[in-house]
Design a protein around this ligand. Structure first.
Ligand SMILES: Cc1cc2nc3c(=O)[nH]c(=O)nc-3n(C[C@H](O)[C@H](O)[C@H](O)COP(=O)(O)O)c2cc1C
Length: 173
């Protein structure tokens, strides 16, 4: 897919089918993540790819209780999540995770896979209950989670928001 078409067409998807994402496609998506730019090219991040539905559900339940979210909250029931974490002392941690996440979203879209940023770990990943869940899946104890991608094939009822504001550009020519 043409790169410009891909980035203009990508929209957040919040309703997924049960279709499994092939390992080969996940490998491409996660490769796109670690090919992203990083501050001082340190590449200190970890991308934890979780396709086990029980573990995804356990992560969501933990955050739902912690954040007081509605019963049944499960990151929109994705097939796979990719947790982006970085050492807490990495001065570029948030920026690195953000650019890697965008690569994940764009690579997913190019492969026909829907995605959305899930921000619920932000600010709570050091809470003991949340950290215990992260420990179970090998997110390093010195890492903070700055974002997570939920991935899956878009369901027929998935809503796409195409409204973008072009009045945010100031030209100085
Ligand atoms: C920093 C950040 C945090 C976000 N967190 C969430 C989130 O927790 N849940 C969610 O459904 N969407 C989340 N989003 C997605 C935005 O709502 C979405 O990008 C925005 O509405 C524009 O829609 P688009 O992605 O379809 O262009 C987040 C996006 C960003 C950049």
């Amino acid at each position: 897919m043409d790169a410009i078409k891909c980035l203009l067409e990508r929209r957040s998807i919040r309703s997924f089918t049960d279709k499994k994402i092939a390992k080969e496609d996940l490998e491409t998506i996660v490769k796109a993540a670690y090919y992203a730019p990083s501050g001082k090219n340190r590449q200190l991040w970890q991308f934890t790819v979780v396709q086990n539905s029980d573990i995804i559900s356990s992560l969501a339940t933990c955050l739902r209780i912690k954040l007081g979210r509605e019963e049944g909250y499960c990151f929109y029931n994705p097939n796979t999540v990719i947790i982006c974490s970085n050492p807490r002392d990495n001065e570029h941690a948030i920026e690195d995770c953000a650019v890697a996440l965008e690569n994940i979203f764009l690579a997913s879209h190019a492969l026909g896979i829907g995605s959305v940023w899930i921000n619920q770990f932000k600010g709570v990943c050091d809470e003991p209950e949340v950290r215990a869940e992260l420990d179970k899946i090998g997110v390093p104890a010195n890492h903070l989670v700055h974002g997570m991608a939920a991935l899956g094939y878009a369901a027929d009822d998935a809503v796409r928001n195409f409204e973008k504001n072009p009045n945010v550009v100031k030209w100085v020519m």
